[in-house]
Design a protein around this ligand. Sequence first.
Ligand code: 0WD
Length: 280
Amino acid sequence: MTTVLEDKPHTPTQADTEYSQALKGLLAGKVGLVTGVANKRSIAWAIAQSLSNAGMRLIFTYQNERFEKKVKELTEDFDNALFYECDVTRDEDIDKLFGQLGNDVDRLDTVVHSIAFADRADLEGQFVNTSRDGFLLAHNISAYSLTALTRAAVPLMEKAGGGSVMTMTYYGSEKVVQNYNVMGVAKASLEASVRYLAEDLGPKNIRVNAISAGPIKTLAASGISGFSKITEHMREKAPMRRNIEASEVGDTALFLASPLSRGMTGEILHVDAGYHIIGF
Ligand code: 0WD
């Protein structure tokens, strides 16, 4: 085995800067909806930066007024951004959101679903102890909301001639990860939803994919007991011997939003420094 490297803050190389320059304009004229920006560590925020850098106009939703100020502060330099409150457990919020959007934009090219939640008590100890309410809550917010949002987005995406929906998942759906518990089961449901949605919407040229991201220290991750052990293990075992950065997920999202991925749907793309390929 080679030496284990420490994760270092990312310093953009010249090549990084050049490609980011080259991508400017890739998504010009396109409109994307981004959910799940809670703060500057959110994966959705990294995705928003990649999409905006490529010229996409962005619409942001926030769960409630607690997140409104933060998302507006973060995005103050974005051109023509729009903001709507939307708690995805409330059908009336989703209806209202798309009702307003229908008046405010004439197309929708991309939906970024970057939302998950489970009771903290269900993210430690044994999965066998998951309550019915805890199970339903995790599945409602983390899995069903993708179907609800996608269905509501279809008419505006059809106006754009098709589109790209993407969601965020994690390896705990495929293999048992200690303490991930009910969220792993909800992510398995989310990934299966991606495949069924992809089949339903493929004829409308609407693609549905997921990014399976390696562990990143965010607000949601802080709810998972023993999270730092997961990142240490990644650093030791992943082929690239490091953890990933949110910007790397952001750029994969840009690929999924762009015509570069036009032949792909129903796919789960791993952005995890290769961790998922390792057996023993
Ligand atoms: O290691 C990680 N951080 C990974 C996260 C690895 C692989 C996947 N993911 C997934 C998460 O499971 C989630 O699906 O990425 C997605 C985004 O998570 P994140 O960026 O790690 O976490 P965070 O910044 O907390 O954003 C998730 C947000 C919520 O934040 P909090 O922390 O308050 O739960 O989801 C939003 C909320 O802003 N959210 C909701 N939005 C609308 N309606 C709702 C809701 N009912 N509940 C949560």
